[in-house]
Design a protein around this ligand. Structure first.
Ligand SMILES: [Zn+2]
Length: 450
């Protein structure tokens, strides 16, 4: 206690060196009784005394010193300003955040540096939002402190919060470093290691390399490849895909999306764009052609139309098999289509019209001539996809059966076409009942005798 009083008395000494040493000693002593006398000394005429007092107040960490120290941030001497800023950091009072931000605009580099360090100690959420804006064009000594600040302030915060901070328009290197700090620890060793890794990972050659990976692995085999007569996922394709996404995601995470990075990534992805365009072109060119051929397919067993089989997914059709192959890939996409009724591939080809014939004369059926397939309904009495009806020779009962099947058993696709369908009744076909012709007229759009 005697020592304290002695030192406090020395603060009023006429010799400035005495005042300075006393202030320093009081800071080291750590007794809060010295706070008020030290605050008085902040206005001392001697530079070194003001320095010593500001430093000592920082060591004492007493809230009474906050406002006086804030006032000293406006001191004429930059060394005093700097020490005051750091002392405010040690005091940890958020009142100091605003004044410290003002100090970031100081003409003196060391003051700005100390201010960033002090802000990092304060750990105020406000600092997170404001810091990046004040750092444009700063030298590394300031920006590295800022990055450490980010790291300390944001570590407990949510990822999107730091992403928002990083979007603040600070220099590329700063954002990269801030990101690195956040990802790892703020230790220099970790930082050096991580930053080297990141710089290599996101360099232009690395992106070019990933582009080459896409071309070499992804394009020829892409996602499905033939191996021992089985179709399996193409590992190269998936690897390349995963690599691409990883690079994209990390890149976007660290840099945030700006116009520059968007343009850069778009360019880096050129191989992907090219392969996508080829896929779309092939899809647009191949599938309509195949579709046209498929329209001429009819099942040999049940005379139904063909539809895309389970292996011919929309990805295959859309990309013309460039991105995605159907299993056991047959030679054309049309060959991957199947009968819509039985799911088999046994077929007539080049059929333009299917005629359902009711013929008891026992002619040769089914019969394909000039793209017209004639099928005798009376042989199986089952519904199928026909485009026209011809009654060559049939009894009233058979016509009625046919009518009832069309009305009650035919699937919706056939039923839908019936009202527009043409039905021709052979002139030699004589019905015994009056209403047989009426039944036909009820079923089909146009009925005529020939
Ligand atoms: Zn079939």
């Amino acid at each position: 206690m005697a020592e304290l009083n002695c030192l406090i008395r020395d603060l009023s000494s006429v010799r400035s060196s005495d005042r300075f040493h006393s202030a320093e000693a009081l800071g080291e002593l750590g007794d809060k009784g010295a706070v008020e006398p030290l605050i008085k000394l902040l206005g001392d005429e001697d530079l070194s005394v003001r320095e010593g007092a500001a430093w000592a107040l920082g060591e004492l960490r007493d809230a009474r010193a906050v406002q006086p120290l804030i006032n000293v941030l406006g001191d004429e001497n930059s060394v005093v300003q700097r020490i005051a800023a750091e002392a405010l950091g040690k005091l940890g009072d958020v009142q100091a955040v605003e004044p410290l931000f003002k100090a970031l605009g100081d003409a003196d580099l060391s003051v700005r540096e100390s201010a960033t360090r002090a802000l990092s100690m304060l750990g105020d959420a406000q600092a997170v939002k404001l810091l990046p804006k004040s750092l444009r064009g700063e030298p590394p000594v300031v920006s590295q402190n800022a990055a450490r600040t980010f790291s300390r302030l944001l570590r407990p915060a949510k990822a999107n919060q730091w992403a928002a901070t990083l979007a603040g328009g600070a220099a590329f290197s700063l954002r990269l470093r801030a990101g690195t700090y956040l990802v790892g620890e703020s230790h220099a060793i970790t930082w050096n290691f991580l930053s080297s890794c990141l710089e290599v990972l996101f360099s232009v050659p690395s992106l070019a390399y990933s582009g080459i990976l896409w071309i070499v692995f992804a394009l020829p085999g892409w996602l499905w490849v033939q191996r021992r007569q089985q179709t399996v996922p193409g590992i190269g394709g998936w690897l390349a895909l995963g690599w691409g996404f990883m690079v994209e995601a990390l890149y976007g995470l660290i840099l945030r999306w700006t116009l520059g990075t968007t343009v850069f990534l778009t360019l880096a992805m050129i191989p992907v764009w090219i392969s996508l365009l080829i896929g779309i072109y092939l899809g647009l060119a191949c599938w309509p052609k195949a579709r046209q051929r498929v329209n001429g397919f009819r099942c040999r067993d049940d005379f139904h139309r063909f539809v895309p089989g389970p292996r011919l997914g929309w990805m295959v059709r859309w990309s013309g098999r460039w991105f995605w192959r159907e299993k056991d890939a047959p030679k054309s996409m049309a060959d991957s289509c199947v009968c819509r009724a039985c799911g088999k591939n046994n077929r007539y080809e080049g059929v333009k019209e299917v005629v359902a014939v009711l013929d008891n004369h026992g002619g040769y059926y089914p019969q394909q001539r000039n793209a017209v397939l004639r099928v005798n309904w009376l042989e199986n009495k089952l519904p199928f996809d026909f485009d026209r009806v011809e009654v060559v020779d049939a009894t009233d009962t058979e016509v009625e059966q046919f009518h009832r099947q069309m009305k009650y058993q035919a699937d919706p696709q056939i039923q839908k076409r019936l009202p527009k369908m043409q039905c021709v009744v052979n002139a030699q076909c004589r019905f015994e009942r009056e209403n047989t012709m009426t039944l036909l007229r009820q079923t089909f759009g146009a009925v005529e005798r020939q």
